[in-house]
Design a protein around this ligand. Sequence first.
Ligand SMILES: Nc1ncnc2c1ncn2[C@@H]1O[C@H](COP(=O)(O)OP(=O)(O)OP(=O)(O)O)[C@@H](O)[C@H]1O
Ligand SMILES: [Mg+2]
Length: 250
Amino acid sequence: MQNNLFLRSIRLSDELPKGSYLNQVAAIRHLKRMGELNFQKPVTFLIGENGVGKSTLIEGIAVAMGFNPEGGSINFSFSTEDSHSELHRFLTVSKGTKRRKDGYFLRAESYYNVASNIDQMDREPGLGARLIDSYGGKSLHHQSPGESFLSLIEHRFGGNGIYILDEPEAALSPMRMMELICHIHDLVEKDSQFIISTHSPILMAYPDAEVLQISEKGIESVSYEDTEHFRLTRQFLNAPEKMLQYLLKK
Ligand SMILES: Nc1ncnc2c1ncn2[C@@H]1O[C@H](COP(=O)(O)OP(=O)(O)OP(=O)(O)O)[C@@H](O)[C@H]1O
Ligand SMILES: [Mg+2]
């Protein structure tokens, strides 16, 4: 039976232009070969080495789902510069039948723009509540990146939505990362779906998730304990001296 997630699958619908760098990006090459990539769980983690194409893929998905390439909720329509790829034009997303009530696309590197945009919208006269009130009432610029990210999730993510997050752990302490897991869980209980790229061995432990590992070999579903992130981190923390001795030997 097909699941009823907001995003069920993606596929490359058309040939990418021959000269496009996207043809060289591992995640995109595999997607082309596989035909279709299915999403099975409320939370999907995209993991893999730097440069395999997690951000490229996640941005393509977000834009194909109707988000602004620079990040934000579906309502945001601001633009600084066109730095996003053309991937979304070649992606077909298959959506479930449920109507989405909420959604957010968080790009690690453009988070500052989202904060500026909220501040600017609140300075302009308009109807309705100040947007910033749904972010905890304090300008995101006056909170640390980690604090503002968590208040965004806590106050702005309402459930019944799709949340696409690119390395959300970047600003978070280990304690806050665990807090993030709790927020994700609450939102999953409220019928939400998450697509998250991450390097965090803490975050990817979330139990009701599928971990998709992108490598030169392909895109494969792996168990949490089989991820390199889990194994390497455990090895390191079990015996930091031994690992450092090995790493720093002349
Ligand atoms: N505009 C561009 N022109 C050419 N190559 C690009 C462009 N943008 C990205 N790339 C290349 O595409 C590849 C995938 O980049 P991407 O940022 O998606 O990787 P990633 O898996 O998110 O890595 P990280 O873990 O470091 O965030 C990289 O090799 C990158 O150099
Ligand atoms: Mg990335």
